[in-house]
Design a protein around this ligand. Structure first.
Ligand code: SAM
Length: 228
């Protein structure tokens, strides 16, 4: 048996208005889905009988990590929501030289972004709950991003290599995408990223907003990786 409690019990009983005997699929947030039928519904606990389980089929073939420089205002909430819908496994917010938003304390913001990630994951039926990490310095973001098989540095001043060129040889099992803030990357940040092994790529000749760039790049990587 599996028991839904708290907000999940409320959602099942009051929002979805499930009834005993109804079929429902529960997800453990770690990649497994459970086919169940509803047994009992109480205010704070919904009990479900497990009939079978299988790997969730809503995860991309690749493990995608978005490294996002802190944008102004509440843009990060939009970016987190869209990145989760587009299948990221992890989001790493970081502080770069040109970040206008430089809050002293970010833990409340990170908590808010984590909540948005859970809501977005439920809405789009993710099999895995994406992780939203604490804010790190740009150098740490570069070090982590460089560990991916396909490590992409989305650089607004890149004139040679397009995203298509970078993905022509295929998409690695792990992919990192590094996106700058409204003010873009400082030249020394671009040099450090390239030195660390990230591939500097252009998303075309237009300058995209910092909240548009990750959406466009994630969609292109999903397409190239055979997920669409
Ligand atoms: N202030 C920069 C400028 O005017 O050149 C623009 C920065 S853009 C608003 C924010 C981020 O989105 C960039 O740092 C980059 O990561 C990404 N981005 C936007 N347009 C891009 C493009 N055409 N190619 C690659 N990355 C792009």
């Amino acid at each position: 048996m599996l028991v839904l409690r708290g907000e999940n019990a409320h959602h099942a009983g009051r929002v979805l208005r499930l009834r005993p005997g109804e079929a429902v699929t529960l997800c453990d947030g770690k990649g497994t889905d459970y086919d169940c039928t509803v047994e009992t519904l109480e205010k704070d606990a919904v009990t479900c009988r497990v009939l079978g389980s299988h790997p969730a089929d809503t995860e991309p073939k690749q493990q995608l990590t978005l490294f996002m420089a802190l944008p102004k205002g509440d843009k990060m909430e939009f970016i987190v929501q869209k990145a989760v819908e587009l299948g990221v496994s992890e989001i790493v917010p970081y502080l770069s030289k040109n970040c206008v938003s430089r809050p002293d304390k970010t833990d409340k913001k990170v908590e808010r972004w984590r909540k948005i990630a859970v809501e977005a994951a439920k809405q789009c039926g993710r099999g895995v709950l994406p992780a939203v990490h604490a804010v790190v310095p740009a150098a740490e973001a570069v070090r982590l991003a460089a560990q991916a098989e396909t490590a992409l540095f989305l650089y607004e001043n890149e004139k040679q290599t397009g995203l298509r060129d970078a993905l022509a040889g295929g998409v690695g099992k792990t992919v990192s995408l590094m996106v700058g803030p409204e003010g873009g990357f400082a030249p020394e940040e671009a040099a450090a990223a390239k030195d660390a092994g990230l591939v500097s790529v252009s998303l075309g000749t237009r300058i995209l907003r910092c909240e548009t760039a990750p959406v466009a790049a994630l969609a292109a990587v999903l397409y190239a990786g055979g997920n669409m």
